[in-house]
Write a protein that binds this ligand. Structure first.
Ligand code: GRF
Length: 201
């Protein structure tokens, strides 16, 4: 039986598309559901085009009642019976209870070289600091925000004249290499680190 993978998104879903395509091409896992918390998440239509079931559980109506939102989320997730949950640009902070429920099954991609730049605005913060390399990390989701075990990182150069947008685009390019590479290993229980060095390093 192939592992069942659910992908959670909030936006355009380019990482989700790369994961789904990689699973469909490699046949190592089944993308059983793409779930968004925003009706305007462009990734929902892309997932449907790829033949993946979609679901929408809007967080906004729950207005700060995180536990009620997560109860709805958990119910839908449980019915999909996932072996692995991939967060791919899912912009919600999760409670400890939710994380405990799915512990050991959750991966997230974060656009920085963790433990640097946890949280938001990672590209701007990297530019403000004048760092010369930047990148992304895939990590297990734990109770500490962006603090779970790091399973893979991809590094890109910061170039003269970069803006947050140009840097974000360069990082996104390697996110699309890193996330499927880590997932392919994770489905076999392999948690050894994956490192990718983008061009020009
Ligand atoms: C990615 O940069 C991801 O690392 C971040 O949000 C972005 C999502 O992009 N958390 P997409 O929706 O996968 O295109």
């Amino acid at each position: 039986m192939r592992p069942r993978v659910v992908i959670l998104i909030s936006g355009g879903g380019s990482n989700m598309v790369t994961l789904v395509r990689d699973m469909q091409a490699g046949g190592y896992a089944d993308p059983v559901l793409v779930l968004a918390n925003r009706a305007d998440a462009g990734g929902l239509a892309k997932a449907a085009e790829l033949g993946v079931e979609t679901a929408l559980i809007e967080s906004r109506p729950y207005k700060g009642d995180r536990e009620a939102f997560e109860a709805a989320l958990t119910e839908r997730l449980a019915s999909a019976n996932p072996d692995i949950i991939c967060f791919a640009g899912f912009m919600r902070v999760l409670t400890e209870g939710f994380i405990r429920r799915w512990q050991g099954k959750m991966l997230n991609i974060h656009p920085s070289l963790l433990p640097l730049y946890k949280g938001l605005h990672t590209h701007q913060r990297a530019l403000d600091d004048g760092v010369m390399v930047h990148g992304c990390s895939v990590h297990e989701v734990s109770a500490e925000l962006d603090g779970g075990t790091i399973l893979g990182q991809a590094v890109v150069p910061v170039l003269a004249g970069d803006t947050p947008d140009t840097l974000a685009a360069r990082v996104l390019g390697v996110e699309h290499q890193l996330y499927p590479a880590v997932l392919r290993k994770f489905v076999t229980g392999d948690r050894t680190p994956t490192a990718i060095f983008g061009t020009d390093i």
